[in-house]
Design a protein around this ligand. Structure first.
Ligand code: FAD
Length: 395
């Protein structure tokens, strides 16, 4: 076991950090708590591509940056610390690009892949619906075969990048027991979007997507019919480590603010850093942050090896996201009353952290996956759930 980063990894993170502090943070802070407009986000994504953010998972021979998952994770963690809304948008766009790389036909690849990797196109993954969240097997959006294509009808909810997307990879029911992915273009095929205002991370789009009699050609199908559920579950495995890193980035920002404040604020004739119970809070925050990081990078290392690791990625996701909420809450506590005001950043870090235990499987769902794998008994009341697909590198 080696916890040392390579010289290359350290340099990559350092150069992204310098760039993001100078060029991304000011833009993200200007749009704090409001959606970062599409044209602005395109500009940021284009600037991030040379660092391997938004394109790192796709191999170089296919036009990506071809990073290993640990290096990619380190870069995202840093960006999530500085500008989680921008990092989140890049992560979803990279997920869409990876889906095209993995499942796309030659025609789909030539139409979408280079644009997504460069930040010229913005993609999203549309699985959840108003009545379908924790159980993706229940998707109701239908793609009905018609002459030369499909007609899509249904609603998708909570779709990250939705209202600034050019392209949606939509999970649709193509048969009674069959879920499939279809690539739907916003302009050419036409879906409408409604942006949702949330507790935090409002710079990053989360939207409702409506499909009303949307006609798409037959070659919109991604991969074979029926791969929708398997591909969704595999995408979750990787995404869970990245949502863990999102939580870790936000928690680091809160922790850094608390350490700085504790060294400056004086009460009872000394800085509050000298009070033992403030030290306890800092020690707890630092330790939980390290636990979260160890779990997240172990998950990424296993994904990189291509071995089954849904237990470990679920552990990383639930622990890191719940720890981030506790860490950001303690950061407010260290700040006293000031921590509750908009004058200091920790109330925003807390709101952002509180977003993370829900997407890509709630904390409860992660615990059910872990316990199912330990006990061999599924609490989902669905034995199919026990046969969770094994993650394979590049698969
Ligand atoms: C910010 C954000 C971004 C998102 N981005 C995307 C995206 O890009 N694409 C996409 O498709 N979806 C996205 N989602 C949707 C997300 O994956 C779902 O919100 C999540 O899976 C939970 O579904 P739900 O909100 O419908 O909650 P529900 O499934 O209704 O759950 C409600 C509560 O019941 C609990 N619960 C549910 N089932 C069980 C059970 N079997 N046992 C015990 N407890 C249970 C849950 O843990 C939760 O506490 C996003 C959500 C958010 C908040």
């Amino acid at each position: 076991m080696n916890f040392e980063l390579t010289q290359e990894q350290r340099l990559a993170v350092e150069s992204l950090k310098r760039f993001a502090e100078a060029e991304i943070r000011p833009v993200a802070e200007r749009h704090e708590d409001t959606l970062i407009p599409k044209d602005v986000m395109h500009g940021l994504l284009r600037k991030l591509a040379p660092f391997g953010v938004g394109n790192g998972w796709v191999p170089t021979e296919a036009g990506g940056a071809g990073l290993d998952l640990i290096t990619s994770g380190l870069l995202y963690e840093e960006l999530f610390r500085i500008a989680p809304d921008v990092g989140g948008t890049a992560f979803i766009n990279e997920s869409a690009a990876f889906m095209v790389h993995k499942l796309g036909s030659p025609k789909q690849k030539s139409r979408y892949l280079a644009g997504l990797l460069a930040g010229d196109l913005i993609g999203c993954l549309a699985i959840s619906e108003p009545g379908v969240g924790s159980n993706p097997r229940a998707v109701t959006t239908r793609a009905t075969p018609t002459d030369g294509g499909y007609i899509i009808n249904g609603e998708k909810l909570w779709i990250s990048n939705g209202s600034i997307s050019d392209l949606a990879m939509v999970v649709c029911r193509t048969g009674p027991d069959e879920l499939s992915f279809l690539a739907v273009e916003r302009e050419a095929h036409g879906y409408s979007c409604r942006e949702l205002h949330k507790l935090g991370l409002n710079g990053w789009s989360t939207a409702q997507l409506s499909f009303a009699e949307v006609r798409v050609p037959a070659d919109s199908l991604m991969g074979s019919p029926g791969v929708g559920l398997r591909e969704t579950l595999q995408a979750f495995e990787r995404a869970r480590c990245y949502v863990a890193l999102l939580a870790i980035g936000i928690a680091r920002a809160a922790y850094d603010a608390a350490v700085t404040y504790a060294r400056q604020r004086e009460q009872w004739g000394k800085i509050i850093a000298g009070h033992q119970l403030v030290q306890e809070m800092i020690a707890e925050m630092a330790t939980e942050l390290d636990c979260a990081r160890l779990l997240a990078y172990r998950g990424l290392a296993l994904l990189e090896q291509g071995v089954r690791c849904d237990t470990q990625t679920s552990m990383a996701k639930w622990y890191a996201t719940e720890a981030a909420v506790r860490i950001a809450s303690r950061a407010i506590q260290v700040h006293g009353g000031y921590g509750l005001t908009k004058e200091f950043p920790v109330e925003r870090h807390f709101r952002n952290a509180r977003m993370t235990p829900i997407p890509d499987g709630t904390t409860e769902i992660q615990k059910l996956i872990i316990a199912r794998n330990i006990l061999g008994v599924s609490a989902f009341g669905d034995e199919a759930a026990a046969s969770h697909p094994t993650a394979r590198k590049g698969a």
